[in-house]
Design a protein around this ligand. Structure first.
Ligand SMILES: [Zn+2]
Ligand SMILES: [Zn+2]
Length: 148
């Protein structure tokens, strides 16, 4: 019996990658062995019995209660189990920075002419705000945007 894990062995490091790979499943995934599961986060650590690679199977949109798209994330770490445990909240973090970037980009350009209301900031105001984009974001979300 052969597997096609090789064709799917593409690193996923952000939420854009998750979206691209969602629904693209290794053919033999139903034969994969369950190594560990984490039902609170709708994810499981699986192992292909043919090539012994480890995969994290996860629902990236937990609010859909497991009816949304499914993604298989290749595990490159030596210790798959430790990696699985250490990355519980990785999907959330990926998604948050993805959504932050979308929101940040939607804030109008800093055309001024006034300065940002934050006294420590010397950037111009965003067109429809009394703040620059970064401080407008912080004012609404209560934290800094996870954007470069
Ligand atoms: Zn395989
Ligand atoms: Zn500012």
């Amino acid at each position: 019996m052969r597997c096609d894990c090789d064709e799917h062995w593409i690193p996923i490091t952000n939420f854009a990658g998750v979206q691209v790979r969602s629904g693209i499943l290794p053919k033999k995934h139903l034969n994969f062995e369950m190594v560990a599961s984490d039902s609170a986060y709708l994810r499981a650590l699986l192992r292909c019995p043919v090539c012994s690679r480890h995969w994290i199977r996860q629902y990236p949109m937990p609010e859909l209660q497991g009816s949304g798209p499914l993604v298989f994330i290749p595990v490159f770490a030596e210790d798959a189990r430790a990696h699985f445990d250490a990355t519980r909240t990785e999907m959330q973090a990926w998604r948050e920075s993805f959504e932050d970037l979308g929101f940040y980009r939607s804030i109008s350009p800093e055309t001024g002419p006034g300065k940002c209301r934050d006294s420590s900031c010397d950037r111009l105001r965003s067109k429809y705000s009394v703040f620059c984009r970064r401080h407008h974001f912080r004012n609404l979300k209560g934290r800094d945007p996870q954007v470069p």
